[in-house]
Design a protein. Sequence first.
Length: 269
Amino acid sequence: MKFRYISDCHMHSNNSPDAQDSVVLMCENAARMGLYAVAVTDHCECNLFQEEGYEKAIRNSYLQARNADNIYRDLHVSAGVELGQPAQAKQVADELLASMEFDFVIGSVHNVPNQEDFYFLHYTEENAAAILDAYFDELMATIQWGNFDTLAHITYPWRYIEMRDGVSIPKERYQERFDQVFRALIQKGKALEINTSDLRNGAMEAAPGMELLKRYRELGGKLVTIGSDAHRWMDVGAGIEMGLEMLSRAGFRYFTVYDGRKPHFLPIE
């Protein structure tokens, strides 16, 4: 491998409803590949916490990650969680985080209030603009809540608007909203995630893309995490090297991993 400290800080085990493999199997593949670190970050959709029964799943994920860290001595395994829509259920999110000593917390937005996950929506030029406006509002509400470490896949709706439904909505049209998000992350001391999952679906670059990554740095951003968003063992580590190459080309010299909710800088080269 080209890079010494390849780390995958976003992956889902079968404790997530849309993933299929065990924590041990995910970590076994990471260790076999020679990764430096991984974070097990199973889904907890905060606005669906009670009806979907996430508490048991996240506790299982947490304990299994701690166990894997003891098994794989040369692989740093962090116990994390991906909190979806925490601003829509702040008490749920706060109580969950207080109940376990997570190493790493991802904040994400998969839907806006009173809507399904962006995956289930169908887009036209007419409805996409309103959905994206609501999405950026929800991102800002999540940052204002603030009890997370990195903000995941900030171009998530484009995955379905453009890549699946073929509706062209240039990201440049939302540059002011992206700048608002970046400035808020920087002010709060939160990281931005490079998410490599779009590469597995034919994208030419990881999300949020080179231009937005450069803009984040231009505004003063320093904290960047990288994750494959793997939902099966064979996708662990996928695209991470490309993400590191993007980060280097954008002018960064370090990326970030978290331990005990504290950022640690690892050199890219």
